[in-house]
Design a protein around this ligand. Sequence first.
Ligand code: HEM
Length: 226
Amino acid sequence: MRVQIAQESTKPQTLFDDDNLINAVLDLFAAGTETTSTTIRWGVLLMMKYPEMQKRVQDEIKTHIKPGQLPTIEDRKNMPYTDAVIHEIQRFGNIVPLNLSHTTPTDVNFRGHCIPKGTEVIPLLTSVLYDKTQWKTPYNFNPNHFLDENGKFVRNDAFMPFSAGKRACAGESLAKMELFLFFTGLLQAFTFYPPAGVSKEDLNLKPDVGFTLVPTPYMICAKLNE
Ligand code: HEM
């Protein structure tokens, strides 16, 4: 009887087995590192391109975070301009343009079209992040997309860099925290500008096209802030 219990207890009763653990860790690295670092690379490039916006973020940092203190996630609600800039970096950067593909689990009727069960569907995130009906200047970097006339942060339902629905990015909250803390921490410590001989007009905002959209390689100068 005891042997039987031992045998039964080695049978996986749960999805938390070794295979799942390995895949979950791989997911964290594959899905969770390049996405955030690519977004920060877009952020630094855009701050070099638009130094007046970089300065405005730094002014907000100085107003709300004491010198010598690192930003905390609590600071975000007091920093609408920085929040808007980070959202706009994600919208403009559009780093996962094709989203991940999905398959219809049943026959689906979509706007009068029948999509049979098992069809691969690629929901383009670009079509929302650059939708002319949702954004004033979809092809320009414009933090005002996320600010009202009083400078308060405003959400927009078309902000979908993490996709939508049940299979939306599992790391969305973590990614948003990371982006705020890394971006604000970097701009608190450094001012970014292009190297000698490169003007801000020279900085290229066209992405390197692949499965993800990454900035074309660029050089950065970083001056330590006083
Ligand atoms: C700027 C950062 C990030 C962006 C833009 C992003 C974007 C996305 C997108 C578009 C998807 C596909 C959703 C879909 O299939 O509809 C996805 C899935 C996923 N992401 Fe992220 N992601 C980011 C950061 C992270 C982080 C930090 C983690 C975890 C540490 C993470 C974990 C995942 C996982 C596990 C999935 C698969 C979810 C599923 O299939 O149910 N992501 N992400």
